[in-house]
Design a protein around this ligand. Structure first.
Ligand code: ADP
Ligand code: TZD
Ligand code: MG
Length: 581
């Protein structure tokens, strides 16, 4: 770096530092201990020197998977997950995950090396030339570029603060190749770094907002709480549990909020979802948006007459983003603040004189629940040949019950929907899945991150299509010897394996894969354990062995290829399926 090394500008110390070192020092100073990356020009030395400096550097086979790993590490730890990539194509591969992090409100920083600014800006054709900053901006919560070594401290500090404060999201940090080799005085370099103070400050709700919410809740006849992944992210599990139990209000966990309270809790209304949504009169959303996953808070799901009609519910919404309220339907009592502070304020406002909801409401919820649970138990008890989703997931359900600390990764269509409803979760932040976009490809990246940062056994339930998006990362799982047990629900295709080519030609239908594929053999190539399971008994034994040995394991679970339905539970969103009706 020219200015800092000019005679007279350096301080007394003789030692110099450089851009590489300052990035590493800045990350470490802020408690970052893991980097998810894929090396190459210009960041190869950054990955090496990070490892030398004691960071855990996990290298992937494709940047998208490193990015997904970083995003979910952010969700699990509240620290921004760091993904490090090369320029242009590497950056673009990572960009999907950055957008995913922003969409899901996960804190993540995508750090990409970039080519020479002068050449990029004049479009003179540099190696991997691209104006990455401009491209990242629309999908990132914030995007910054650092040109001078003495600004690295500020750049990293801003990136961290932007990722974790307020509504968390994905941040892009552009580090041009020239930056890394810039030298500056070591003392001055050290002084330029910033340890971020209070990166995600508490945000207390206004007392009048708390009162408004409590008034609504107190007068409700049929109240309902919806817990979203924001509530899981907030890590205030005891307070949320206290709120549910003190008020006695039934709650519905969104997919990644499952286990915040055990799914077997008497107030869990998951098994009565289609009853409680239209019937509730006051709904309190805690860290959950009224997006498509909740049918936008209106329509028939909520008891509305037509597909877009309001069902008559009043809504309380706890969210850190003031802009979220009214995005779909009227929010009668927005409670803006961090979930911890909001829930505590509600708890103290409730005091001791709270009346629990009447037995007519709790009783009918319980009745619906037990009917549905009974019906499910009957289905799960069946043992058809070939194995279907239910009989296979009955095994997964038992294994998760016996290993409640294990983290469950889940993606696919039917493989997702059935797992979500069949496999109970018992602890917070143990279920990580396709999230807000319903995205395929998060699987193996999530497995690596979960095993690395949470240091728990990981169980992944993967559709055979879903698995294919990140399947090569089984090498990564084997390389780092991670305790990951992957179950591929192999029904020979996307949704099912029975489609035929309508034109009758030699190509199979677009949803169909090689029949009887042996996914188990992929992991064997890298020294992991592969198991071919055609019965629940074989699946059970293989999963038990995997959990006991903690060896990287891939079980090819052969599922009846006729078992799935088009798009799983979201057939209604599929235009061609709608046309057929
Ligand atoms: P789900 O998909 O589980 O319904 P969403 O991703 O739609 O959940 O919603 C999560 C919400 O949680 C977002 O609106 C986000 O702003 C909010 N959120 C995240 N962290 C916090 C927090 N610490 N305090 C308050 N709100 C939060
Ligand atoms: N691409 C991406 C990135 N995300 C997507 N969601 C899709 C494509 C579309 N898609 C789904 O929504 S589910 C799915 C695709 C391709 C795969 C379903 O097949 P599967 O699961 O084998 O994973 P089931 O059990 O056969 O239904
Ligand atoms: Mg499939």
């Amino acid at each position: 770096m020219t200015t800092a090394t000019e005679p007279g500008t350096a301080t007394n110390s003789q030692e110099t530092t450089d851009g590489f070192q300052l990035v590493i020092d800045a990350l470490k100073l802020n408690g970052i201990d893991t980097i998810f990356c894929l090396p190459g020009i210009p960041i190869t030395d950054l990955t090496r020197r990070s490892q030398a400096a004691g960071l855990r550097v996990l290298a992937f086979r494709h940047e998208q998977n490193a990015g997904y790993a970083a995003s979910i590490a952010g969700f699990l730890t509240q620290k921004p997950g760091i993904c490090l990539t090369v320029s242009a194509p590497g950056f673009l591969n990572g960009l999907n995950a950055l957008a995913h992090a922003t969409t899901n409100c996960f804190p993540m920083i995508l750090i990409s090396g970039s080519s020479e600014r002068e050449i990029v800006d004049l479009q003179q054709g540099d190696y991997e030339e691209m104006d990455q900053l401009a491209i990242a901006k629309p999908v990132a919560k914030a995007a910054y570029r650092v040109l001078h070594a003495e600004d690295i401290g500020v750049g990293i500090a801003r990136a961290i603060r932007a990722a974790v404060s307020g509504r968390p999201g994905g941040v892009y940090l552009d580090l041009p190749a020239k930056l890394f080799a810039q030298a500056m005085d070591a003392e001055a370099g050290k002084r330029s770094l910033i340890k971020v103070v209070d990166p995600a400050p508490r945000q207390l709700p206004a007392p009048e907002s708390v009162k408004r919410a409590l008034d609504l809740l107190k007068n409700a006849k049929r109240p309902l709480i919806v817990l979203g992944k924001g509530a899981a992210y907030a890590q205030v599990d005891d307070d949320i549990r206290a709120l549910v139990e003190k008020t006695g209000i039934p709650y519905l966990p969104m997919s990644m909020a499952k286990g915040l309270l055990p799914d077997t809790h008497e107030l869990c209304a998951s098994a009565a979802r289609s009853y409680v949504l239209p019937e509730a009169d006051v709904v309190m959303l805690i860290g959950a948006r009224l997006n498509w996953l909740l049918s936008h808070g209106k329509g028939r799901t909520w008891g509305g007459k037509g597909p877009k009609d309001w069902g008559g519910q009043k809504f309380i919404q706890i969210d850190i983003s003031a802009q979220e309220a009214d995005s779909n339907v009227r929010i009668d009592a927005p409670l803006v603040g961090d979930i911890g502070s909001c829930v505590q304020a509600l708890l103290s406002g409730i005091g001791s004189g709270w009346t629990r909801p009447g037995n007519d409401w709790l009783g009918s919820v319980a009745e619906r629940k037990s009917k549905n649970v009974e019906r499910m138990a009957e289905t799960l008890a069946k043992n058809p040949t070939p194995m279907n989703f239910h009989s296979a997931l009955n095994v997964v359900r038992d294994i998760v019950k016996a290993n409640p600390e294990a983290i469950l990764v889940n993606e696919g269509a039917n493989a997702l929907d059935f797992t979500r409803s069949i496999v109970d979760m018992y602890r917070p932040r143990k279920r990580i899945d396709v999230g807000t976009w319903g995205i395929m490809g998060v699987g193996m990246g999530y497995c690596v991150a979960a095993a690395a940062v949470a240091r728990q056994q990981v169980i992944a339930v993967e559709g055979d299509s879903a698995f294919g998006f990140s399947g090569m990362e089984v090498e990564t799982i084997c390389r780092y010897n991670l305790p990951v047990c992957i179950v591929v629900m192999n029904n020979n295709g996307v949704y099912k394996g029975t489609d035929v080519n309508p034109a009758g030609g030699p190509d199979v239908a677009p949803t169909v894969f090689v029949k009887g594929a042996r996914y188990d053999r992929i992991i064997e190539a890298f020294g992991g354990v592969g198991v071919h399971a055609t019965t629940p008994a074989e699946l059970r034994k293989a999963m038990e062995d995997a959990v006991r040995s903690r060896k990287p394991t891939l079980i090819n679970a052969v599922i009846d290829e006729t078992a799935g339905t088009e798009s799983g539970r979201i057939t209604s969103l599929n235009p061609s399926a709608a046309k057929k009706k």
